[in-house]
Write a protein that binds this ligand. Structure first.
Ligand SMILES: [Zn+2]
Length: 332
């Protein structure tokens, strides 16, 4: 064994001796494929600059397998797309407005059948919880939308709410400040704080598109952020269940071929494009950078005590993929 291989092997053995009872949580993903979708976009006439049909066709023609149209406080769900075809599925949804002591907040309700009208509560956390509960009542999946938009949703509000496992770590609408500003943290930092506190929460990326005819950084266009969900089939309930439980990755342009978790190792096979470089950062408890590599596949071996490990891939053009956290659990 060369000295290059010897040191990591010794460190790994030392970790196993020191932490024999801890390992990565492994999910059974046998027989599953990846399905790309957008779960936050606007389509009807008063919320977009085109027709509902054109919006559906944009996503259908641009490499997506599913779409949730989330117009405000109404379900936009054209009947001709209700049935899944071999390659495309429309899932009903809505962006719900809540008012907490007259301050407006927004939650997405995915795979709900009946429109939820604006809900009122006497506090901002109360308004979020009321919206979440209304979505769960319909067996739908709630998402905290654009937490940094108007700085409505901070870490303590998320922690005070229950039953919502998803939040937008990236939203393509200008002014949603996913990266934070000089006084507010980036949403990735918020994510690490939530995960470090023990909260199981997953980061989604979405378009929040309103503009389909004029393309510019100043407007909200389709194709900026999406999710890729692992599922046995293109079926709404399974896609939604797997999204809600973290079997997906989010992206603004980086694709992966597979994400393989073993008891003490994470391996990511990145889908490479010509002349593009990829850097994978593995991040652990407290948002600490554990390991960074430009290799493909990117491999991380569990070598220190962590509550979770997540990975972010950045390409040389600035696009990202965010893998969902893998939790470290005790052996039974
Ligand atoms: Zn929206």
């Amino acid at each position: 064994m060369s000295s290059k291989l010897f040191l990591p092997a010794v460190l790994f053995l030392l970790f196993c001796c020191a932490h024999p009872d801890r390992h990565f949580e492994i999910r059974d993903t046998s027989g599953m494929n990846w399905y790309r979708g957008n779960i936050h976009t606007h389509a009807r006439e008063c919320e977009s600059d085109t027709s509902v049909d054109s919006v559906v066709n944009w996503y259908r023609n641009n490499g997506y397998q599913f779409l949730v149209i989330t117009d405000h406080n109404v379900i936009t769900f054209p009947p001709e797309y209700i049935m899944a075809t071999d390659s495309f599925l429309l899932i009903p949804g809505e962006e719900i407005t809540g008012f907490g002591n007259k301050i407006d907040v927004e939650i997405n309700g995915l795979n709900i059948r009946t429109a939820i009208l604006p809900l009122h509560a006497d506090s901002v956390p109360g308004a979020y919880q009321k919206c979440i509960d209304a979505v769960r009542l319909q067996q739908g999946v709630p998402v905290f939308n654009h937490p940094n938009y108007k700085w409505r949703l901070n870490q303590s509000t998320i922690l005070s709410c229950s039953n919502c496992n998803l939040f937008e770590v990236y939203n393509g609408f200008p002014g949603t400040f996913s990266e934070g500003d000089s006084i507010h943290p980036a949403l990735e930092k918020v994510w690490d704080s939530l995960l470090s506190s023990g909260r199981r929460i997953y980061g989604v990326a979405s378009d929040d598109a309103h503009s389909y005819t004029q393309f510019s950084v100043k407007v909200s266009n389709p194709g900026r952020g999406w999710v890729v969900v692992k599922s046995k089939s293109l079926e709404a309930r399974e896609i939604m269940h797997n999204l809600d439980s973290g079997l997906f990755y989010s992206s603004t342009g980086v694709g992966i071929i597979d994400f393989i978790v073993q008891t003490a190792q994470i391996e990511i096979d990145i889908r490479e494009s010509q002349n593009i470089e990829y850097t994978t950062d593995f991040i652990g408890s407290g948002g600490k950078l554990l390991f960074s590599t430009k290799k493909n596949p990117a491999i991380y071996k569990l070598s220190s005590e962590q509550h979770y490990v997540r990975a972010r891939i950045t390409d040389s053009e600035g696009h990202h993929a965010w893998l969902q956290p893998v939790f470290v659990v005790r052996k039974d």
